[in-house]
Design a binder for this molecule. Structure first.
Ligand code: PMP
Ligand code: GLN
Length: 414
C-alpha cells in the first residue's frame, strides 16, 4: 500500500508547530475561526438569553411574499433555476433598482441572482482579484469581507471609521488615511452603505470623494447595499453607482433577507455592467450554481410591492431603534444613534471599567440575560484597539422581546 503523501511545505510547518485543529485548514483561512454570530447565537440558546447579537428579525415577512413561496413549492420552481436566476426575478430587480435608485440595468446581462449577498460578494472577489491585489475598505467591517478577500488571495487595506466624539453625529473617516490606503496594488474599493455594524449612511459628499478616488486610481467598486431600505428619518441612501463615471466600474450587491424579513432564504443579487457581471457569474456558477428555486419568484413579488411597503419597514424599524436606544441610554450605556440598519453601538466603559467589549459580551448573559456582539470582531488586528470598548446590539425584534431586553438591561448592575 502506498503511504499517504506528506502534505506540502507550509502545511507541514503548521502541523509541527501548530495547535490542534490547525492542520486541515488552508493558510488562506488561518485565523478565521467560527463566526462571532454563530458563537453568540449559540451562547444565547445555551443561556436562555435574549439574542440581540446576530441580526435577524423575529417577525415574519409580508404575506404576499410568503404566499408566493408556498405556491411555488411543488411546482417546476423546485428544480434548478437558470444559472443567472429566473428572468422574472432579474426583471423585478432591474425595475426595483430603477424605481428607487434611478439607474437602469439590463436584466438579461447586468443582473445576477446569488445565494444571498454573501455569495455575491465572495464570487465578485474571487472573480476580480489576482493574488496580492489590494482591497480598500472601511472598518469596522462586516465579518465576511476579510474572509472573502482572503479566500480570493487578496489583501485588505482597512481605513478606520471613527464614532462621533459626543455620541451624536455620524461616524467619519479621514481622507488622508483613505488616500494612504490606496497603493499601486489597489484593485478594488469595497463599500458598505448603509453600514454594518455602525448604522452609518454614507453622505453624497463622502461618496463623491470615494468616486473621485476610484476614478483617479482606476479601482473597481463593490458596494454592499443590503440595508438600502432600512434608513431612518434624516438620512438618505444613495448608491455610488449613480455618480458620474461610476456605473461602468461598480457592482451593486443587495439581498432579500433584510428587506422582506427572510434572512434564511438567502436570495441576493448583483447588478453592474455586463463584463463585470459575467465575471462574477463565472465564479458563482462553481460555488452554488443556483439556489432558492421557490424563493426566487417570491422575492420577485416582494420587489414589486408598492412604495409604501418600503417606507413602512423603515418607519417600523425606526421605532424599534428608538426603543432600544432609549433603553440602552437608561441602562447607563452611551449610544451612537444609528441612521439606518438593524444595529446600535454602545460604549461599555461606564459598566465595564476595563473597557473590554468582548469580556462584556461574554458576561452579558449572566449579568442581564441578553446577548450582543463585540465590535472588536469587525476590526482588523492592527486597529482592534479602536473597537475594543464598543458593542453592537440588534433592535430588529418584536415589541415583547425588545421590551423585555430593555428591562433586563435596565436592571443590569442594580
Ligand atoms: N452584508 C452585510 C453588511 C450584512 O449585514 C449581511 C448580513 N445580513 C450580509 C451582507 C449578508 O447578506 P445575506 O444574508 O443576503 O448573504
Ligand atoms: N448580517 C447579520 C449580522 O451582521 C448576520 C449574518 C450572519 O450570521 N452571517 O448580524
Amino acid at each position: 500500500m502506498t503511504p499517504p503523501r506528506p502534505a506540502p511545505g507550509p502545511r507541514r510547518e503548521r502541523a509541527r508547530g501548530g495547535e490542534e485543529g490547525v492542520l486541515p485548514l488552508s493558510a488562506r483561512l488561518q485565523g478565521f475561526g467560527t463566526t462571532v454570530f454563530a458563537e453568540m447565537s449559540a451562547l444565547a440558546v445555551a443561556t436562555g438569553s435574549i439574542n440581540l447579537g446576530q441580526g435577524f428579525p423575529d417577525y415574519p415577512g409580508p404575506p404576499e411574499v410568503l404566499d408566493a413561496a408556498r405556491t411555488a413549492i411543488g411546482t417546476a420552481h423546485d428544480q434548478y433555476p437558470p444559472g443567472p436566476g429566473i428572468p422574472e426575478l432579474r426583471e423585478a430587480v432591474a425595475d426595483h433598482v430603477q424605481r428607487f435608485g434611478g439607474h437602469g440595468y439590463d436584466p438579461a446581462g447586468e443582473v445576477l441572482v446569488t445565494a444571498g449577498a454573501t455569495e455575491a460578494l465572495s464570487a465578485a472577489l474571487l472573480a476580480l482579484l489576482e493574488p496580492g491585489d489590494e482591497v480598500v475598505l472601511f472598518e469596522p467591517m462586516y465579518d465576511s469581507y476579510a474572509a472573502g478577500i482572503a479566500m480570493a488571495g487578496g489583501v485588505a487595506r482597512p481605513v478606520p471609521l471613527r464614532p462621533p466624539a459626543s455620541g451624536a453625529g455620524p461616524w467619519t473617516f479621514d481622507v488622508a488615511e483613505l488616500r494612504a490606503a490606496v497603493t499601486p496594488r489597489a484593485r478594488l474599493l469595497l463599500l458598505n452603505t448603509p453600514h454594518n455594524p455602525t448604522g452609518k449612511v454614507f453622505r453624497r459628499t463622502e461618496l463623491g470623494t470615494l468616486a473621485a478616488l476610484a476614478m483617479e486610481h482606476e479601482l473597481l467598486v463593490l458596494t454592499d447595499e443590503v440595508y438600502e431600505h432600512l434608513v431612518f428619518t434624516g438620512a438618505r441612501h444613495t448608491s455610488i453607482a449613480t455618480f458620474p463615471g461610476m456605473r461602468e466600474r461598480t457592482l451593486v450587491v443587495s439581498s432579500a433577507g433584510k428587506t422582506f424579513n427572510v434572512t434564511g432564504w438567502k436570495v441576493g443579487w448583483v447588478c453592474g455592467p455586463a463584463p463585470l457581471v459575467a465575471a462574477v457569474r463565472t465564479a458563482k456558477q462553481f460555488l452554488t450554481y443556483v439556489n432558492g428555486g421557490p424563493f426566487q419568484p417570491a422575492v420577485a413579488v416582494g420587489l414589486r410591492l408598492p412604495d409604501e411597503y418600503f417606507a413602512g419597514i423603515a418607519r417600523d424599524l425606526e421605532y424599534r431603534r428608538d426603543v432600544l436606544v432609549q433603553g440602552l441610554t437608561a441602562a447607563g450605556l452611551p449610544v451612537v444613534c444609528p441612521e439606518a440598519t438593524y444595529f446600535a453601538t454602545v460604549d461599555v466603559r461606564p459598566v465595564q471599567p476595563d473597557g473590554d467589549g468582548l469580556a462584556f459580551c461574554r458576561s452579558l448573559p449572566e449579568r442581564a440575560g441578553v446577548v450582543a456582539i463585540p465590535t472588536v470582531v469587525f476590526h482588523s488586528p492592527q486597529n482592534a484597539h479602536l473597537g475594543r470598548h464598543l458593542v453592537r446590539f440588534a433592535f430588529c425584534k418584536g415589541d415583547a422581546v425588545l421590551g423585555e431586553a430593555v428591562e433586563r438591561l435596565g436592571r443590569m448592575g442594580r
